[in-house]
Ligand binder design. Structure first.
Ligand SMILES: Nc1ncnc2c1ncn2[C@@H]1O[C@H](COP(=O)(O)OP(=O)(O)O)[C@@H](O)[C@H]1O
Ligand SMILES: [Mg+2]
Length: 434
């Protein structure tokens, strides 16, 4: 045996024992995660839809109680009744809110020919409040009448947990993994119709016009699968070009995901993508699909620096991919959103916020998402403040109301971004703008 094969053999043995150790570690970690999730406050049972009082419905829809009563009499709404002393109180669901908007012609309009707003929520930094922004925007827009979908693209699956879809229970074929990779080896046997159409992956939530595609750790292989497939695709393209024959695959793998969303164009107005905190393959596939980009970030120097790096990497990457791989992104509207903003932290914070607002101008949404104990308390049970009723915690009523009124403003700004995209795209295709 020469020394080269000898050392290759030693390497191989070393590699095998590494793999054995890692596999053992993986097994233990999995059991710990399963055990820990049983101990944690994982919600059990079926979550009930949030019930709204008549006053809340009036505030959300701006439709008068008299008109709401008329819809009840017509059998269009069927509120739940609860006897409170001598009065019978009525409670409405998000489906009732949607029906009220529909009956009174109050549903948001999308200009003809304009695809849904595909909004990537992305930044390099973990903890920038991407998931919080994605989840609150999704529920907030759904309550405003947008037919909304939230696609969890982070293998950690935090966004999914808010809809009772725990990442460790979600199967890989239920995630966006097959849509991004077209890897059919993970699909259950079936007739294969529409297997790469995102619309078939949506799961309902307790919010009537909000659906979700969950995520799971098993989605992670996208990060190496997609670049490998893209490389293969390019080699085939080049070979075909030099030999003058036809290339076997016509579609660039980085476009698979974008293509899968086309199945949702007729039935959805907004598709929110909760991205992982990296500039990997998933993020590139998301940015190739998105037409709107929201970058959440804290009002801190270090975070601003990270956003600057993110934008630098993003522009470089999009340029290089366009040139080398003919992957063109089409982002009509991009904006920063200041998140987890602590008003109490004094002048330096507010100075930085003012500077960000001035310098970024239209590129920064006007309302910062305020740091709030109400958001933290709700998230401990995988809930949002939308799920909590005002009377649930009488002691924290002020904190709750402060949070919900801020969140209402933040959602208005996000809705503004959706409308800006609609207008820009409508103008560019010569469509009508309302
Ligand atoms: N407005 C807020 N008030 C209080 N806590 C917040 C707020 N926004 C985010 N957080 C908390 O910050 C942490 C990180 O947020 P998350 O949305 O998961 O960030 P990312 O998705 O960017 O990693 C979470 O624990 C979340 O509950
Ligand atoms: Mg996240």
């Amino acid at each position: 045996m020469d020394s080269e094969t000898d050392s290759a053999g030693a390497d191989d043995l070393g590699h095998q024992s590494t793999m054995m150790r890692l596999k053992a570690l993986k097994g233990i970690t999995k059991s710990v995660v399963e055990g820990a999730s049983r101990l944690s406050m994982e919600p059990t049972g079926v979550r009930q839809p949030r019930l709204f009082t008549l006053g809340e419905v009036e505030a959300i829809t701006a439709v008068s109680p008299y008109k709401i009563k008329k819809l009840e009499e017509a059998g269009i709404l069927e509120p739940t009744r609860e006897q409170r002393g001598s009065v019978s109180a009525r409670f409405f669901t998000s489906a009732d809110i949607y029906a009220i908007r529909k009956e009174h012609d109050l549903l948001p309009q999308r200009p003809a020919g304009v695809p849904p707003c595909i909004m990537a929520i992305s930044s390099l930094k973990g903890g920038a409040a991407k998931t919080t922004t994605a989840v609150y925007s999704a529920i907030g827009l759904a309550l405003r009448g947008y037919r909304t979908a939230l696609i969890d693209l982070d293998a950690q699956g935090s966004a999914s947990s808010f809809f009772q879809l725990q990442a460790h229970k979600v199967e890989v074929h239920e995630t966006a993994y097959p849509l991004i990779t077209r890897d059919d080896s993970v699909l259950p046997a079936g007739d294969g119709r529409g297997v790469y159409d995102a619309i078939n992956y949506l799961q309902g939530t307790t919010w009537s016009n909000l659906a979700v595609i969950p995520s799971a750790l098993s989605m992670y292989p996208v990060e190496y699968q997609l670049p490998l497939d893209a490389q293969r695709y390019w080699i085939q393209q080049r070979r075909a070009a030099t030999s003058g024959s036809e290339a076997p695959t016509a579609e660039n793998p980085y476009y698979y995901f974008r293509r899968s969303l086309e199945s949702m164009y007729d039935d959805y107005d907004v598709i929110i993508l909760d991205c992982p905190p990296s500039m990997g393959a998933v993020t590139i596939a998301a940015l190739a699909a998105a037409n709107t980009l929201i970058i959440p970030q804290h009002a801190k120097m270090l975070d601003l620096d990270s956003t600057a790096s993110f934008l630098e990497m993003l522009t470089e990457l999009l340029e290089e991919y366009a040139e080398a791989f003919k992957i063109y992104s089409r982002i009509d509207h991009a904006a920063l959103l200041v998140t987890d903003y602590q008003q109490e932290q004094g002048k330096s914070q507010s100075n930085l916020l003012n500077m960000i607002n001035q310098m970024f101008n239209d590129f920064c949404l006007p309302t910062p998402f305020l740091h709030s104990q109400a958001v933290i308390d709700a998230s401990k049970q995988f809930l949002t403040t939308f799920d909590v009723r005002p009377g649930d915690n009488p002691n924290q009523r002020r904190t709750y109301l402060r949070a919900t009124s801020n969140i209402d403003q933040v959602v208005s700004d996000i809705e503004g971004a959706v409308q800006t995209y609609y207008k820009k795209r409508a103008l560019s295709i010569g469509g009508q703008v309302k």
